[in-house]
Write a protein that binds this ligand. Sequence first.
Ligand code: 13P
Length: 255
Amino acid sequence: VIDKRRPLVAGNWKMHKTVGEAVALADAVVAGVGQVQDVDVLLCPPFTALWAVSRRIEPSRIMLGGQNCAFEREGAYTGEVSPVMLKDVGCNFVILGHSERRRYFAETDQNVNRKARLAIECGLCPIICLGETLDQRNAKETFAVVGSQLEGCLQDLSDDQVRKVTIAYEPVWAIGTGQTATPETAQEVQRFIRRNVADRFGDEVASAMRILYGGSVKPANAASLFEQPDIDGGLIGGASLDASAFTAIVNAARC
Ligand code: 13P
């Protein structure tokens, strides 16, 4: 049983940055935290900038991820990007089931489950996003919603497949709002997630799994979140677009 997992800090750039802007940001992140040993650092640029960013971060320890992927390897799926293609440009991770994809692009737990299985087959580690809306929180449905998302997304995965999965708890009301969950609130849900994983896949899988927090993480609140026992790093949106803020957040995750 692992006491504390190696932290992961991931920048989700969402739909920001042209290739030129992405390269400049990647260079600045490499200069800031490119050789950090005790935290895994991940950049998730838009698809169009993946290859260019991949070249820039190659000499560093920084890793690359996609923000979504297709549920098939290849074929007539206009507009989709295969996990094989993500792997090919140097990705080791892929974000799946982000609340923005659930809200605007009809992503379902069933879809996320299918994508996660294929991503793992293709050698990618999925970062599966879960989280309740404000209405659901106010109706005291947080645990029911997060529990059911977790169940659906991990449906029929083997223990070995689940070992490749990172979970990101991202309460929808905290994303891009400046309203961060308190460390205690995030910890409470993340402990619930880990217990749930332990019930289904055993203590060993659960204690090794990284569970990230996402939602208005900033340099000023990062350390208090990351010191919680079940918060193993962060999925950073807005603050990841600023190299000095992102660098400060990575440094807050160092032991
Ligand atoms: P913000 O950090 O901008 O709130 O975004 C969080 C997020 O959605 C990361 O995936």
